[in-house]
Design a protein around this ligand. Structure first.
Ligand code: C2E
Ligand code: CA
Ligand code: CA
Length: 737
């Protein structure tokens, strides 16, 4: 931590460091200090106020109140004395005079009490005492004189008047004292109340100020912390979920702990950026390079091509050639010598390509092996397998491209020595020119590819330029490819039924359902036109299921109409036949029409397209359990093998129409048909000959014991209604015969 702080300090400006005292810790501590200080002041104010009040109350209890009581008692005693003296005079009872003496001493005691309680009024009290003594002495004397008759009435009258005045004086002095005492008490209480109010105000003000100060410090501290945390969060967010822009940095303002955090955050992002850019470069290299040859790969090639097309736009009259290279017969070599040797061969081809293009006097610069080729540099790339592509830029005439292609052809044709063996390999090259043929990268590649196929078709080991005529066919293919996906949804499919008859007596037994696609603009397509495409884009399974569904529909319809049952064959593509969950789909399609399954025969062509023969076997077994029959289609044509026939219980062998066609003219075809029928008889399998076009063929087939026939001799494919009509006609003809 110590070292990290020193790095931070070394990296932060001196001016910022000077403000270092204003750290976050200091700020947070100051919040606490303000709080404690404020509370302390508040407490002091409140305590001193309570003490004052307590003192005052104590004073009232101990001094003021007893004082008042004493003065009040003295005042009462004074009245009693006066009354006792008057009573003594009226009743001439001298004992009452003694009584007055006792009251007088009580009076004095009260005043002495008062004197003890409060020294401030000592002078006045002593004066009152003096006045009282004088008054009482006179009054007592006078009363005794009156009772005893010692004095003349006239002189007594004057004296008693004087005495009454003395009494009044004492009473007034007492009252005055009591009043003043009372007022000083009231003044004391109200002064204390005022002070209490002030203290309260002071306490509240201190509290409020402390609270405001606390709030402001806390507010600004949190705001500054939060602002910087938010900065960091949004930076991290933009790196994590946004476009990953790692150029974000948090400004280093101030020099507190948050700044230090921001500093290390920035340092971390910098490091991360470094690491990321290194790994990005490596990923990019891997993403754009073919690891086997170190040549640019397809992705890089596309990039370069787009860049070159763009560059070429600005150079009038210059041409760009894209070449598509495919090695001839590479696969057998690869299969025979093994993959390592195949890889070796590919690497050797890459070297020869690079060297040939480098030697080439028509290209201004050598091709680059990896990373970003510079503008105008020829590009040699490997797409996949044995496919390579080339870009030759800045050509002035077509001849230059021809020259390059020819030299490549010759260079690659020279013998290769791998694993101590020598062999030769050719290359087919398709060339497409920009801007003549196309100005878009993918078009150029497609056209070069098409030209390469033409080169292959023309005997391989040669080059061909792209011919715009080829494009029309491609356009139609693309249109079909898009339209085929909508064929079912747009209700453009329909089924035809080509009747099948028993060869021995020409009795109709059913039909083969054949698919037709009517496109409103492109016209009517036979399966030959679209099946391969549907197979390629995966649409075929949906189509085969549609056919199966329609066949079930028709069978149910015919059953309802009371028509005689007809066996209907339909075709499954190899993709469909080897599908994993085929049986579930078939069951679902059949639904409550499973009882019609025995009328259905599924024709499968055994091809190398079966990816998993085990699935096909499994499917065939499950379909057969449902009552569905299985036929091997196109039997006797090139690709049929006996694998399925030996592993599954096939019901029918369908002799290919190519074989049937030759049956009269070609003895070999006759032998093939003969053997197929014999094989079928031994395996208890039916035979159907398709493509029966004339009576002679039918006769030969019947003579060979072929069970059924199908072909133009009996009927072309018919609509469902036509087929039912045909069935009726044939049956009545048979009956008539
Ligand atoms: P395929 O199963 O061998 O069907 C027989 C083809 O021969 C049909 O062509 C039919 O019209 C034609 N054909 C019938 N009689 C004769 C004849 O006497 N002479 C000659 N030369 N040809 C005859 P289509 O309808 O064009 O079907 C072509 C192929 O398309 C079919 O060959 C079948 O493999 C496939 N296909 C047809 N319908 C479907 C289907 O629904 N699904 C799948 N996956 N394939 C189908
Ligand atoms: Ca068929
Ligand atoms: Ca066939």
């Amino acid at each position: 931590m110590k070292s990290s702080k020193s790095v931070f300090r070394r990296n932060t400006p001196a001016a910022d460091r000077r403000k270092h005292r204003q750290t976050l810790r200091w700020r947070i501590q100051s919040i606490a200090i303000i709080g404690v200080l404020g509370f302390f002041i508040f407490l002091t104010v409140m305590l001193s106020e309570s003490k004052d009040r307590a003192d005052l109350l104590q004073d009232i209890k101990d001094v003021r109140y007893p004082m008042q009581q004493s003065l009040l008692a003295a005042s009462h005693e004074l009245d009693f004395i006066q009354t006792s003296l008057e009573h003594a005079v009226i009743s001439s009872d001298t004992t009452l005079l003694d009584n007055a003496m006792a009251i007088a001493s009580r009076f004095r005691k009260h005043l002495h009490n008062a004197l003890l309680l409060e020294q401030t009024h000592a002078l006045e009290l002593n004066e009152v005492l003096g006045s009282f003594d004088r008054y009482f002495g006179d009054a007592h004397g006078l009363s005794l004189a009156i009772i005893t008759g010692d004095k003349a009435l006239a002189s007594t009258a004057d004296e008693s008047q004087l005495n009454a005045q003395a009494f009044q004086q004492v009473a007034d002095a007492l009252e005055d004292l009591a009043n003043r005492e009372n007022q000083s008490m009231i003044a004391g209480v109200s002064a204390a109340t005022v002070r209490a109010r002030e203290s309260l105000r002071l306490g509240l003000t201190t509290g409020l100020l402390t609270a405001i100060l606390l709030f402001l410090t806390a507010f600004f501290t949190t705001r500054s912390i939060l602002r910087r945390i938010n900065n960091m969060v949004s930076s991290l967010k933009s790196i994590a979920v946004g476009n990953g822009d790692m150029n974000v940095r948090i400004p280093l303002t101030g020099s507190d702990e948050m700044t230090e955090l921001a500093f290390w955050f920035n340092t971390f992002i910098e490091k991360l950026q470094q690491v990321t850019s290194e790994s990005t470069r490596e990923i990019k290299r891997l993403a754009f390079t073919d690891t086997l040859t170190n040549l640019p790969n397809r992705r890089m090639f596309l990039r370069c091509l787009s860049a070159e097309i763009e560059r070429q736009r600005d150079i009038p009259g210059s041409k760009l050639a894209v070449m598509f290279l495919d090695l001839d017969n590479f696969k057998p070599v690869n299969d025979q010598l093994g993959h390592d040797a195949g890889d070796e061969l590919i690497r050797e081809v890459a070297d020869r390509l690079i060297n040939t293009v480098r030697e080439e006097d028509v290209v201004s610069r050598s091709p680059q092996r990896i990373d970003d080729p510079e503008p105008g540099q020829p590009v040699v790339a490997r797409l996949a397998g044995d496919e390579f592509m080339l870009i030759i830029s800045d050509l002035q005439e077509i001849k230059q491209a021809e020259l390059v292609a020819e030299r490549i052809r010759v260079a690659l044709l020279k013998p290769y020595f791998i694993n101590g063996m020598q062999f030769s390999i050719g290359v087919s090259i398709g060339i497409c020119l920009s801007p003549e043929n196309a100005t878009e990268a993918d078009e150029l590649i497609t056209f070069a590819d098409m030209a390469m196929y033409e080169a292959k078709k023309n005997g391989k080991n040669t080059y061909r330029f792209f011919d715009p005529e080829l494009r029309v066919a491609t356009d139609l293919k693309v249109k079909m490819d898009n339209a085929i996906k909508l064929a079912i949804a747009n209700d453009e499919l329909r089924l035809l039924f080509q009747p099948k008859v028993r060869l021995s007596d020409s009795v109709p037994i059913g039909a083969e359902a054949l698919l037709r696609w009517d496109h409103p603009e492109l016209g009517v397509f036979t399966p030959q036109d679209f099946i391969s495409q549907a197979e390629a884009n995966g649409q075929i399974c949906e189509m085969d299921e549609w056919v199966l569904g329609r066949v079930f529909d028709y069978l149910a319809e015919w059953e309802e109409q009371g028509l005689p049952p007809a066996s209907i064959a339909l075709n499954f593509s190899s993709t469909q036949a080897s599908r994993r969950n085929l049986v579930d789909s078939v069951r679902e399609i059949a639904g409550d029409r499973q009882h019609l399954a025995h009328l259905i025969e599924i024709e499968i062509t055994e091809t190398s397209a079966f990816e998993n023969l085990e699935f096909v076997e499994h499917n065939i077994r499950s379909l057969k359990k449902m009552g569905i029959k299985i036929a091997m289609d196109d039997f006797g044509a090139g690709h049929s093998s006996l694998a399925l026939l030996t592993r599954c219980e096939i019901d029918t062998l369908k002799i290919d129409k190519e074989v049937t066609r030759e049956i009269e003219s070609d003895q070999k075809s006759r032998h093939i048909v003969q053997s197929i029928i014999e094989l079928a008889t031994k395996l208890h399998v039916n035979t159907v000959a398709e493509g029966v076009e004339d009576e002679a063929q039918a006769h030969v087939l019947a003579a060979m014991n072929c069970d059924y026939g199908q072909g133009y001799l009996y009927s072309t494919p018919l609509s469902a209604e036509q087929f039912q009509r045909w069935m009726k006609e044939q049956t009545s003809l048979d009956r008539a015969a």
